[in-house]
Design a protein around this ligand. Structure first.
Ligand SMILES: [Zn+2]
Length: 468
């Protein structure tokens, strides 16, 4: 398929540029890709941002056409893992699928886990990733293989393999479950469940194995293998993956509505997505239960419902809940549990209003600029979630687009834990109280109050004493 090369001068040695270009050419030749364009540093060399912008506009000029972007290695695109993910998600949006010319590790995420630092940790600490990939290769699950369910014809097109296709259909039918009945209602009146789906992947793998069914390499089925199949768009008759041209007109094995339903079910069950939070919680680390004193946890609930036309819609609801509530937020509105649960927006508003209603002089006396710039617990947790999400995608579960949210969360948490230090004044904090910008607001609140006591029906800010 069509490919664009991209490389940067990483050393002053002109020969390194030449070898970068040769690696790109070799990769394209070996994979029978047409190297249509190369974006290099130019002479005199472009600024890195400008060179990268040139790559993006080239891809955009192709319309919705997809192209491989071949780089010698991840360092040519970014110097840290999170910056790489940033670029991979952007290139993915404009139709570019990035491959590394390294024949052992063509997947840029797998390669970057080995070669790029992240959050102050050296890439060597990710070595175990490579080991798991090598054992994966040994099992025959090599990137770019003909997908299970098809055989490749001599011209590279896919033909359905009836025996394997039968298992693929059963997998989707079992996992996606029944189509939910049509219901009325919309965003204001969401139905709780959406498609509930059938048995989980562990159960389905157990069923297949009990029947003596095996993978192509003769191994028992595992939840990981099955989830990779559930995400593979090839079964709907289109798509490309791993730089392999898949004929647009190969026969589909799974109807589109069943495939889509399986994606919805998977999203509702995936631990990565269940944990996601688009932005950190404003009162994170500040809100405490009035009754037991524990920190209130920010939680997100996703609710899906089916529209009249059969499509599925999802909306996220954010809450703070005292962790002492046995059922978390599930029993909201029932009973009179003494441990509070609040809609996040309501609690944020109540807290900001309570602080704003204090006399300015009281606030000024409470002000203490945040001085700590070592990564806080929230930031470390966001880093860990990001790394786990990268590992999931690198091992074949989901796509680059799934990393946009963990990346956003990581950036937001970093911004929050890096207030302007000495430059942060009471006036800045006071101004922030009037704005709606979440991150500034969090810093402002943290500079004025020690904690916010949360009752079931009201909040009570505890102001700082003002003395350090
Ligand atoms: Zn409590």
């Amino acid at each position: 398929m069509r490919a664009a090369g991209y490389y940067r001068p990483l050393t002053a040695d002109a020969r390194s540029e030449e070898s970068a270009l040769r690696a790109i050419e070799r990769y394209c030749r070996d994979g029978s890709h047409t190297l249509a364009h190369v974006v290099g540093p130019g002479d005199p060399p472009l600024r890195e941002d400008d060179q990268y912008a040139g790559l993006v506009s080239y891809l955009e000029s192709l319309g919705r056409g997809e192209a491989l972007v071949v780089i010698p290695g991840p360092r040519h695109l970014a110097s840290t893992l999170d910056d790489l993910v940033d670029r991979l998600t952007e290139l993915d949006r404009v139709g570019g699928e990035v491959r590394c010319a390294d024949p052992d590790l063509p997947d840029p995420l797998q390669n970057a886990l080995e070669s790029l630092p992240f959050a102050g940790r050296s890439p060597g600490q990710n070595r175990r990733v490579r080991e798991s990939l090598l054992s994966k290769a040994a099992r025959g699950e090599v990137l770019g293989r003909t997908p299970y369910g098809y055989v490749a014809e001599i011209d590279g097109t896919f033909r359905v393999e009836p025996g394997e296709a039968g298992l693929v259909r059963r997998l989707f039918d079992l996992y996606a479950g029944e189509a939910p009945p049509e219901i009325s209602g919309g965003p204001e009146n969401p139905k709780d469940d959406g498609p509930t789906g059938g048995p989980g992947l562990r159960r389905i793998a157990g069923v297949f194995n009990a029947e003596g069914l095996r993978t192509r390499s003769g191994r028992p089925w595992t939840p990981v293998t099955l989830s990779g199949m559930l995400r593979n768009r090839v079964y709907t008759g289109s798509y490309l993956r791993y730089g392999m041209r898949i004929a647009g007109n190969h026969e589909r094995i799974v109807p589109r509505d069943v495939f889509n339903r399986a994606q919805t079910v998977m999203a509702s069950r995936s631990p990565v997505r269940r944990r996601r939070a688009l932005t950190p919680y404003l009162l994170s680390g500040l809100a405490r239960c009035w009754s037991c004193g524990r920190g209130m946890h920010g939680q997100e609930r996703r609710r899906s419902w089916t529209r009249a036309d059969g499509s599925t819609a999802t909306r996220a609801y954010r809450y703070y809940a005292c962790p002492s509530r046995s059922a978390g937020i599930a029993d909201e509105g029932t009973g009179e549990g003494e441990h509070p649960v609040w809609r996040a927006a309501d609690l944020d508003r109540a807290a900001v209003e309570a602080i704003r209603s204090e006399p300015v002089e009281r606030l000024r006396a409470s002000f203490r600029p945040p001085e700590d710039d070592s990564p806080g617990d929230d930031q470390r947790a966001a880093e860990q979630r990001f790394l786990e999400a990268v590992r999931e995608v690198a091992s074949g579960r989901g796509g680059v687009a799934d990393l946009a949210t963990p990346l956003e969360e990581l950036r937001a948490s970093r911004a929050m834990s890096r207030p302007a230090g000495a430059a942060f004044t009471f006036d800045a904090a006071f101004r922030s109280l009037q704005t709606a910008h979440e991150i500034e607001l969090h810093i402002a609140i943290a500079s004025l109050v020690d904690r916010v006591i949360v009752h079931t029906d009201r909040v009570e800010p505890v102001f700082r004493t003002g003395q350090t």
